[in-house]
Design a protein around this ligand. Structure first.
Ligand code: NAD
Length: 419
């Protein structure tokens, strides 16, 4: 989140939700700070023989509901405060879909685009060793985030397993299937975003078949959301990437667009469509808008021009708080990120369960279980929104309240030790 300090923003969101449910001050203070953070130095032998020292972090926000869970990010802008904020959001995300984890997040301040594969492997193995005292399948289970991928997770799994002396697939999720990853994991976030959009359409009485869908960002989340919604009969009228967007009133063939992007590097240049900017895309007439690229794209500047009936947030933090208020007044149904993009962490949870049981599911079962978890969570958030109708809360507030109540309940049941 460029302009705002993410940790300040995360604390403010907590304060706001706590105020609505009149939460005890001491518990708010308890949740405002992480359980534990670790900062480590990560010295790496670069390909030219020099030693370069990077800084890495791991934040464990709140462990009352289970082991810590959250991604590892490689990016030049990674800071301790950002990692703490992201770990706090993971606590809410896991709680809103009711999977038994607390929030965690890690990162290394580095520029992976300027590093070779071998340098990234050495960095990953050294970082894993440095944060090893925090990790274990019962303690803290990382996953991919920005600029880390299944190969990075394979290196973490291998490093941890070598030190333990036996294979420990459950120490990390988002692995390749050949070493304990889960079927359906790659598509899971996009699938969840599509399910959230479909459920919102049902609430509004809009048939998903023939519903018009606009998607910003045609990467992992955007592509799979588009593909799955198209399978359900929805019409994908516009998609975009960092180079711009394409629009077709008749609807796009998602796989043909994906092939074109794989071949040329962009959706731009696809035959028989109108080219539009990313700004225009957000303001298109449609039933469903899926921001699946960046944060802060729907702001007080353009929220009033958004014509979608539903927004299902594939990206993290695409809508600013000011825009949220405008959208609420306009009656746009916003499914917040902590619910709409939770499909990834839910299937990560399934991966961990499969690893611990040494018994693997087929893709059909993964998708059916994901569907069950997300539909249940969606309905629970809608019912919290109804419960607090007199306080005029948004779906985002409702999701946050559901999550917060679950975390607080676990805290109260476990009690404070020593007393
Ligand atoms: P990705 O890198 O696969 O795809 C991102 C897409 O956004 C690309 O098509 C890129 O071209 C496009 N893009 C970049 N800048 C853009 C711009 N200025 N305008 C329009 N498009 C632009 O990433 P992803 O994994 O699909 O993640 C997308 C978002 O979803 C991120 O906010 C991420 O944090 C969030 N998310 C992802 C997952 C997951 O499992 N992948 C889980 C939860 C949340």
């Amino acid at each position: 989140m460029p302009e705002q300090n993410p940790y300040e923003m995360a604390k403010k969101q907590l304060e706001d939700a706590a105020e609505i449910i009149e939460l005890d001050r001491g518990i708010v203070d308890y949740l405002k700070v992480p359980d534990r953070v670790l900062q480590v130095k990560v010295p790496v032998r670069m390909d030219d023989g020099r030693i370069k020292v990077f800084t890495g972090y791991r934040s464990q926000h709140c462990g009352v509901r289970g082991p810590y869970k959250g991604g590892i990010r490689y990016h030049p802008d990674v800071t301790l405060e950002e990692v703490i904020a992201l770990s706090m959001w993971m606590t809410w995300k896991c709680a809103v879909v009711n999977i038994p984890y607390g929030g965690g997040k890690g990162g290394v301040a580095c520029n992976p685009k300027e590093m070779s594969e071998a340098e990234l492997e050495r960095l990953t193995r050294r970082y894993t060793t440095a944060i090893l005292p925090l990790l274990s399948p019962d303690r803290d289970i990382p996953a991919p985030d920005v600029y880390t991928n299944p190969q990075t997770m394979a290196w973490i799994m291998d490093t941890y397993s070598n030190i333990m002396g036996y294979a420990v697939p459950g120490v990390v999720t988002g692995k390749p299937v050949e070493i304990g990853g889960s079927e359906g994991r790659t598509a899971s976030t996009g699938r969840g975003t599509a399910i959230a959009a479909r459920e919102a359409a049902e609430v509004l009485g809009i048939p998903i078949k023939d519903a018009s869908v606009v998607i910003q960002g045609f990467g992992n989340v955007g592509y799979y959301a588009a593909k799955i919604l198209a399978e359900w009969g929805a019409k994908i009228v516009a998609v975009s990437d960092s180079k711009g967007g394409i629009y077709s009133e008749a609807g796009l063939d998602v796989d043909e667009v994906a092939q074109h992007k794989a071949y040329t590097g962009s959706v731009i240049g696809f035959d028989g469509v109108e080219e539009i900017t990313n700004e225009e895309l957000l303001e298109l007439e449609c039933d469903v808008l899926i921001p699946a690229a960046l944060e802060n794209v729907i702001t007080e500047r353009n929220a009033d021009n958004v014509k979608a009936k539903i927004i299902s947030e594939g990206a993290n933090g695409p809508t600013t708080p000011e825009a949220d208020r405008i959208l609420e007044e306009k009656g746009v149904f916003v499914v917040p990120d902590i619910l709409a993009n939770a499909g990834g962490v839910v299937v990560s949870y399934f991966e961990w369960v499969q690893d611990l049981n040494r018994y693997f599911w087929d893709e059909e079962r993964v998708n059916a279980e994901l569907e069950k978890v997300l539909v249940r969570s969606f309905k629970e958030v809608v019912s919290i929104k109804k419960e607090y109708e007199n306080k005029k809360i948004t779906m985002r507030d409702a999701a946050m309240i559901l999550a917060l109540k679950r975390v607080v309940k676990a805290f109260e049941l476990r009690g404070l030790w020593p007393q």
